[in-house]
Design a protein around this ligand. Sequence first.
Ligand code: F6R
Length: 634
Amino acid sequence: MCGIVGYVGRSEAAPILLDGLRRLEYRGYDSAGVAIVDGDKVETRKCAGRIAALGKLMAEKPPSGTFGISHTRWATHGKPTDQNAHPHFDASGKLALVHNGVIENYQALKDQLMRDGDRKFSSETDTEVLAHLIGKLYDDSIAEATAQDSNGNATNAPPLNQRGLLVDAVRAALRQVIGTYGIALVHSDVPDFLVGARRGSPLVLGVGKEENFLASDVSAIVAYTRDAVYLNDFDVVAVERDKFEISSVAGEAGSYQLSKVEFSDADIKKGDYPHYMLKEIFEQPGSVRDAMRGRLSSEECTAKLGGLNMSPAQLRDVGRVVLTGCGTALHAAMVGEYLIEALAQIPTEVEFASEFRHRNTPMTRDTLVFAISQSGETADTLGALRESRRKGYRTLGICNNVASTIARESDGGVYMHAGPEIGVAATKSFTAQVTIMTAIGLLLGRMRHLSTSEGTRIIDALNALPTQIEEVLKLSDEIKAIAKKYANAPGMLFFGRQFHFPIALEAALKMKEITYLFAEGHPSAELKHGIIALVRPELPSVFIAPDDAVFSKNLNNIEQVRARKGPVIAVTSGAGADRLAKIADDIITIPTAPDYVSPILTVIPLQLLAYHLAVELGRDVDKPRNLAKSVTVE
Ligand code: F6R
């Protein structure tokens, strides 16, 4: 959510910053801007709209200079306008700042700044207030240092440490801030120098050769360096071409760890696919395989998840599980609830992270909490994780982004290994999450009553998945034809039972996100308790009805829709296809799989249905309206 890129080195900053912003556009695309220091002035270009609009502006009047900052915005305070686009400036016009996050006490800080002197603010943003505050503190400290110089010691006084004073001003300002921030700033009086800081909003330092980078996400800079330092909350980093120094907002010296970024620039290219979303849907045979690679033991008929950092006795004694997350991750948690309860018979609750963190969920001492998040940066999920840890519960992360905040702050966990997910609508991360949920269910089950033969059956079913997913992907053209057929539909209803009820929710979420059509998911049996009032010839109902123990129950519900002339699209398997042939209008037949792994297969045709319908409707699939990947604000 909002993207930051900063550069200091020997190359022209403009193309590097613009390239980084293009790679981060999935984090926000309301407006964008750059500030590059050229001699003693800061050149800025910014505008509402996509990065392409900024690129045009920069091409018309190219800014020059070897250090600068840039930003792509997802509006929180203030509409997406040219004025509200970042960077924002202090009163002197010499300090430019970009910011992700929300400064909650910005009005109080603004009032205080106004009391200290008449100031003009040119935007409605909280960010501009922070720029003014840092600028004022810096100007005051320069004035103070200069006054001492002119006090008789001018010639012998040590040279003014502008870099140190700027970092001090940043620290002093951030000590007054309530809220969250990932920031990067430049000052035209302080050459070849960037300052960055974070609290609650990710910021990473990219370490290059005679050049260094700041970014809210490594994917922005991985084309230039794979050496990264993931900053911690309250870190302040002073960045020069050939060195950097990390300290805390409080002023203490900081430590850091240099990490190698796991993926390369090639991994975040769209290749021949028209959209990232389609590429990521088609990556699922590999991403599901990677999510379970090295984690299944045929010998012991169980899963091996060493990252949980739990002894066999601790695993055996888990008495309750709480799964928390948001959006798609929450739907994966809901599948997890069915899986853990079925395989391990452990009472499991799913909690919206945003609710969990603010309510007093009853917990027992033996409760194990999982925070599920692709990005590992979602503010609500992070809040839930912190609340759970604060209360002393063992809290584990299931994340895709290595070294993300949730991954670092949890007591252990499981990485998804799904590879970078750029499409705003989550796809491959969902199937990776469900794969991991199955592995967790298997592990906890095998610590209890689950037999070796049952364990083996689940492992075999998991191992068969990548090939079965390939079979499902072959249906893409068939699904595209179905999407075309229903292109004029006012929306869609989705129904599923048991493990497939969360799939109905997830399918409806995908449909809403990228087609902007009305879509709702429900347990199939709920149809007759009210939803049936919506059924009519124009509104298709999608039933997830594989050939399983509840197939005949689903069939009843399908008949109820048909009796009211509602069109039916069915996702089924095995004998289900024959039984539905005369009842459903459209049938998508996927390979047969046991209940425990079947949700991974049923969701994929529905990802494709949403995708093809969105393309048919001319939607911007990878950057849907109002959305941004990784929601780092509350
Ligand atoms: C849906 C989607 C969102 C995210 C949600 C959680 O396609 O992308 O609903 O799933 O914002 O994000 P993470 O998993 O990064 O915590």
